[in-house]
Design a protein around this ligand. Structure first.
Ligand code: PMP
Length: 357
C-alpha cells in the first residue's frame, strides 16, 4: 500500500500551546503568555460563550438548521445572498472548498512568500502545484499588483492576503482588481481577509457583485476570539450560484460553531473593544520595541531582531511565546501577537531585555 507523497507538509505545524512548552521546560503554565498564534487574548463574546454552553444539550442532533441561521446572519452583514456564503471548518476549510471548486490535477496556484503556509498545502491536497510570488524587497515588503503579476504565469488561483500574515501589510482594492483584470479569465483571485477586522481599509466583498473571479475569505478565529471552534467562510460571486452545494461536506461546520458564530455576530461591542485593544498594542509595540517594526494592519507586529530563533527561544525561557518567522523564510524576524495591555507590556519588556543581552 503506497500513500501519496505529501512529505512537504510536515514543515507546517500549528503553534504549540502553553501547556506543551511549560512541560518541556519543567515550568508552571501560569508563568507564560502566548503571543505566537494571532489569537484574541480577550476571548470570545460572552454571548458566544453562553451559546456554546446552551448548545451542549443539542449535540446529539445534526447541525443543519443552525447553518441556515448563521448563513442568513452573514449574508445580512455583508449584503450578499445566502448562496454566496460558504461556511467551513475555519478559514482553512474555506480554502479547501475553493481549491476543490477550482483545481483540476496539475493546475498551478500562485502563493505569496513569505506567507500563510496553508494555501500551498490546500492546493497540493487537491492535486495542484504551487508557484510563488515574493513580497520581500531590499528594504522591507511590498504588496502591489506588480509584485504578483510579475510572477503570474496563468495560474488557476492567486492568493492575496490582506492584511498579510506575517508582514501586516495590505493590498489596496485597486491592486486586487488590477490582478483580477490582468490575470486570465479563468483565474480565481482569493482575497484572504482573515485579519480584515483590524484594518480600516474596505473589504474586497464590495467587488463581488461586479465579477465572477474573486472570492473573499473571512474567519471567526481572530477578531471574534473563536479560533478553537473552527469557523470560517468564503464569500463568493453571485454568478457561482449553486457551486457550494457541490463542494461542501454534508455538515460544513459544527452545531456549536454555528451557534457561537451567530451569537458572536450579535455582539459588535466585543469586536470593537478587541479592535481598539489591538490598535493600542500595535502602536505600543511600534513605539517601544528596540527593533525595527513594520506598519501592521493585523493583530500582530513583525519585528526585525537579527536572529529570530535565538530571540524567540530566549523570550520563551523568560515566559513569552512569540513566533519565530524562520519557518516563513524570515530568519531575522519575529511576529508578536497583540496581547492584553499587561501581556503586551510584558512582551515588549522581555524582548527589549533579550535584545540588549
Ligand atoms: N489566513 C491567514 C492569513 C491566517 O493567518 C489564518 C490563520 N492563522 C487563516 C487564514 C486561517 O485561520 P482559521 O482556519 O483559524 O480560520
Amino acid at each position: 500500500m503506497e500513500l501519496r507523497d505529501l512529505s512537504d507538509h510536515v514543515e507546517y505545524r500549528a503553534g504549540r500551546g502553553i501547556e506543551e512548552v511549560a512541560r518541556e521546560l519543567g515550568r508552571d503554565p501560569a508563568e507564560f503568555v502566548k503571543l505566537s498564534s494571532n489569537e484574541n487574548p480577550h476571548g470570545p463574546s460572552p454571548k458566544a460563550e453562553a451559546a456554546i454552553r446552551e448548545t451542549a444539550s443539542e449535540v446529539h442532533r445534526y447541525p443543519k438548521a443552525v447553518h441556515a441561521d448563521l448563513t442568513a446572519a452573514l449574508a445580512d452583514q455583508w449584503d450578499v445572498s445566502d448562496k454566496q456564503v460558504w461556511l467551513a471548518n475555519g478559514g482553512d476549510g474555506a480554502l479547501d472548498y475553493l481549491a476543490r471548486a477550482t483545481l483540476a490535477p496539475g493546475d498551478r496556484v500562485l502563493v505569496p512568500t513569505p506567507g500563510f503556509t496553508y494555501y500551498g498545502m490546500s492546493a497540493r491536497f487537491h492535486h495542484g502545484e504551487v508557484a510563488e510570488y515574493d513580497v520581500r524587497t531590499d528594504d522591507g515588503f511590498a504588496l502591489t499588483a506588480e509584485r504578483v503579476l510579475d510572477a503570474y504565469d496563468g495560474e488557476r488561483v492567486v492568493y492575496l492576503t490582506s492584511p498579510h500574515n506575517p508582514t501586516g501589510h495590505r493590498f489596496t482594492l485597486d491592486a486586487v482588481e488590477e490582478v483580477a483584470d490582468r490575470a486570465d479569465e479563468d483565474t480565481l483571485v482569493v482575497v484572504d481577509e482573515a485579519y480584515g477586522e483590524f484594518t480600516d481599509a474596505p473589504s474586497a466583498v464590495s467587488l463581488l457583485d461586479e465579477r465572477d473571479d474573486i472570492a473573499v475569505l473571512r474567519t471567526f478565529s481572530k477578531a471574534y476570539g473563536l479560533a478553537g471552534i473552527r469557523l470560517g467562510y468564503a464569500l463568493t460571486p453571485p454568478a457561482w450560484a449553486d457551486a457550494y452545494a457541490r463542494v461542501q461536506t454534508p455538515f460544513a461546520a459544527s452545531a456549536i460553531a454555528c451557534r457561537a458564530g451567530t451569537a458572536a455576530l450579535d455582539d459588535d461591542e466585543h469586536v470593537e473593544q478587541t479592535v481598539e485593544s489591538v490598535k493600542w498594542a500595535r502602536q505600543y509595540m511600534h513605539d517601544e520595541l528596540d527593533a525595527r517594526t513594520y506598519e501592521s494592519h493585523g493583530n500582530f507586529v513583525l519585528a526585525d531582531v537579527g536572529d529570530a530563533t535565538e530571540v524567540a527561544e530566549a523570550a520563551k525561557r523568560k515566559g513569552v511565546l512569540i513566533r519565530d518567522c524562520s519557518s516563513f523564510g524570515l530568519p531575522e524576524h519575529v511576529r508578536i501577537t497583540c496581547g492584553t495591555r499587561e501581556e503586551t507590556e510584558r512582551a515588549v519588556a522581555v524582548l527589549n531585555e533579550v535584545l540588549a543581552e
